[in-house]
Design a protein around this ligand. Structure first.
Ligand SMILES: *[C@@H]1O[C@H](CO)[C@@H](O)[C@H](O)[C@H]1NC(C)=O
Ligand SMILES: *[C@@H]1O[C@H](CO)[C@@H](O)[C@H](O)[C@H]1NC(C)=O
Length: 473
């Protein structure tokens, strides 16, 4: 007995539809799962493409944000090479690992970290992005490195009793401001420096003196003080607590100091919590020649931002913890267990000052294999410092690289922008911009290269952190 003709044709039709759907999917996935990069765009631009950068700050609780070494900041100083930046970055990561390892060992020195100073209250301030804020009355504009990995905001101050490094703006002079006052060293405010800096404050003729050192032996010491802080014309804070540094040294690259965006009670989000409810967001631009933003409060958060859990790192309370559950390369999820990212109980943090994302060794090697497999057609190049997967693109005008996405808890998938996947030292040495930690138990760090162009929203009050794509050019 034959099959009824109607059934046959229906079956055929179904088969055809399947084919169409299948091929459509195949087409779109090829598009979503790779990025085409025009190699010429990897070359540095000498022109700042944004006019907002020049004016430094604008309205609606939003300040423009620029790269420290790009044409939008125009600091005429030694510009570090990519290898030097990666070396500094390794210093920052080491100090974060050391801080958490020491804390986890309840003060006992971890044998594998004995090469670093044991007493280290904070992480190195070699972050790469600059914002301009106003301090004092009349207001003086100061360009500060912003840092989600530390808490105390400080700037170099006159008189530079011991030493001030060279900075772009004139050094802040408290004696020229009518709103400056010292914090008394007998006050509880002075004591709050203990947790924000990791050091006990001291006294200088009853004025409170802070000291903060960073992992690379950079430091700032000076008067702990109150001053009027002007973020934008609508966002002005009286009696903002900050460090007026009279002895400062280190890799601050011409910035006037540091803006501390951590979670301690002396950080900027905590001090302005009444107005902004510990909500701030930023977008790091795709290149040093474009401009991003730093915003306070919830007013202009994009509807497309998706929120994942903000967690706390044991003994690293001022750091922003995130839960990474997976990574995909070229549209395919790496076959590693989510527990890889929490091994050792340390978990992961997001950090504005770490340049390259650090993954557990197992996760990194899976990422690297998948990436290399899909990049087979391109000639490889020498490793660049901590980056071991580099390519020579000098014979190509455009290249196709696999897309990479991070998956966070609550089902939040975040695609990394093309410029966030690569870190280059010219077109003949373009590297996969990820590195492995040396130990599975070291904290995973989601770094600033991978955050480029994302709108990243920190919501300290509601314990969540959000990501949206296309936040800035
Ligand atoms: C600032 O906010 C106001 C009110 O929300 C809005 O009308 C205006 O367009 C905003 N300005 C900018 C530059 O975004
Ligand atoms: C702050 O304290 C320092 C050191 O004791 C002192 O030299 C300075 O005059 C004080 N400034 C004010 C405004 O009280």
């Amino acid at each position: 007995m034959g099959i009824p003709p109607t059934f046959l044709s229906a079956n055929k039709l179904l088969f055809c539809l399947c084919l169409i759907v299948y091929s459509l999917e195949g087409f779109s996935s090829a598009d979503q799962h790779t990025h085409t990069i025009h190699v010429a765009t990897l070359l540095p631009s000498s022109v700042c493409t944004s006019s907002a950068a020049a004016q430094g700050w604008d309205i609606n609780s939003s300040i423009s944000l620029v790269h420290k070494h790009g044409p939008c900041y125009q600091l005429h100083q030694h510009k570090p090479t990519p290898a030097e930046i990666l070396l500094q970055d390794q210093g920052r990561v080491k100090s974060i690992h050391l801080k958490l390892a020491n804390a986890n060992n309840l003060g006992f020195t971890n044998a594998k970290h004995t090469d670093l100073p044991a007493k280290d209250g904070s992480v190195v301030g070699s972050g790469n992005y600059i914002v301009t804020v106003g301090l004092g009355t009349p207001k003086k504009d100061l360009s500060l490195m912003f840092d989600t990995g530390s808490d105390l905001t400080w700037t170099q101050c006159q008189p530079c009793v011991r030493f001030c490094y060279k900075q772009k703006d004139p050094i802040f002079s408290p004696s020229l401001s009518s709103t400056y006052s010292n914090v008394s060293c007998s006050s509880t405010t002075c004591t709050s420096l203990n947790s924000a800096t990791g050091n006990s404050p001291s006294c200088s003729s009853s004025a409170c003196v802070y000291g903060i050192q960073y992992g690379d032996s950079s430091f700032s010491v000076g008067l702990f003080a109150k001053e009027k802080l002007t973020l934008t014309s609508r966002d002005v804070f009286n009696n903002f607590l900050f460090g007026c540094g009279q002895n400062n040294q280190g890799l601050f690259g011409g910035a006037a100091g540091l803006l501390g965006l951590g979670r301690d009670k002396l950080s900027l989000p905590s001090q302005t919590a009444l107005k902004y409810k510990k909500i701030f967001s930023y977008c790091l631009p795709s290149s040093p020649s474009s401009t991003g933003f730093l915003r306070f409060g919830s007013a202009r958060i994009s509807k497309s931002v998706k929120f994942t859990t903000l967690s706390t790192i044991p003994q690293g309370e001022s750091l922003y913890g995130i839960n990474i559950v997976g990574i995909s390369v070229g549209g395919k999820k790496l076959s590693i267990s989510a527990s890889v990212f929490t091994s050792g109980g340390t978990g992961a943090i997001i950090d504005s000052g770490t340049v390259i994302t650090r993954l557990p060794p197992t996760a990194y090697s899976a990422l690297r294999s998948a990436f290399r497999r899909q990049m087979k057609q391109y000639p490889m190049a020498q490793p660049l410092s901590i980056l071991d997967t580099c390519y020579d693109f000098s014979k190509y005008s455009s290249v196709r690289i696999p897309a990479i996405s991070f998956l966070f808890s609550r089902g939040v998938g975040v695609p990394i922008t093309a410029t966030g996947i690569l870190y280059d030292n010219g077109i003949s040495q373009v590297c996969l911009a990820f590195a492995g930690n040396s130990d599975e138990s070291d904290v995973t760090i989601f770094g600033n290269t991978q955050q480029k162009t994302l709108e990243v929203v920190y919501d300290g009050a509601r314990g969540r952190i959000g990501f949206g794509t296309g936040g800035c050019p």
